[in-house]
Design a protein around this ligand. Sequence first.
Ligand SMILES: [Zn+2]
Ligand SMILES: [Zn+2]
Length: 275
Amino acid sequence: MKIKIIFILLFCLILFLFFSINKKSDQLEVYFLDVGQGDAILIRTPQGQNILIDGGPDNILLYKLSQALPWWDRTIDYMIISHYHADHYMAFPEILNKYKVKNILVTSHQPNDSLYTVWQESLSDKNVSSQIVKAGEIFRIDDDLSWRVISADFKHEDFNDNSLVIRLSYREINFLFMGDLPTSGEERISKFDFDLESEVLKVGHHGSKYSSSDIFLSQVKPQLCIIQSGEDNKFGHPHKEAVARLESVGCKVKNTQNLGTISLKTDGHELYYDF
Ligand SMILES: [Zn+2]
Ligand SMILES: [Zn+2]
């Protein structure tokens, strides 16, 4: 009798797993993970692919990621490092240990420090390589979903100024991920011929007052502005002047510091969130 019950339970579990894994949806999910003072954004495509932009300031990312992903999903299809500052990729060596990472996209502006050495050793241990991307490159998942690299390495001394800026488009909804780009970089990309208008803006440099200029925001016209910063951080991010500029273009400003992980969903026409 006991064996019969165990078999029935096992059968139900297999059925549940089968339908969960094969579940088709047309929802794109974006998680601004609460990793403290640093960036980490998980994008789950309707096809079930995982894109991870930046890797936070420590291994708390692994815990936050496990909360957002189903337990059986151990694949990162694209790992993107906006720039090589510790608060943007500290957890990535450990992610390489715990997940199967298929593609790694990076900037060509490389540092000469101990964290970067650890990162290079992790890559060679796992026998994977990173791919340098350039401004203008387009990555297409399908007809509805793609992203463009808006800005990349422009040979500035400042790593923030060489941040990869990514604009992801799903049907009619666009997301702009700024890395730590300062106003000088914003000025540069404003002059490019790329469409910058985006419903959601991942605010540059954790809401620093040296990012998010009026001119730039008037081009982006964001409706929802997400800041990733840590509680009581020593930089005073976000700066009230930057927040005022975001609000002056009518953007709703939300911060992981106050809300924890911020998750959004979209079918490509409407944005869904619960705040
Ligand atoms: Zn940063
Ligand atoms: Zn930085």
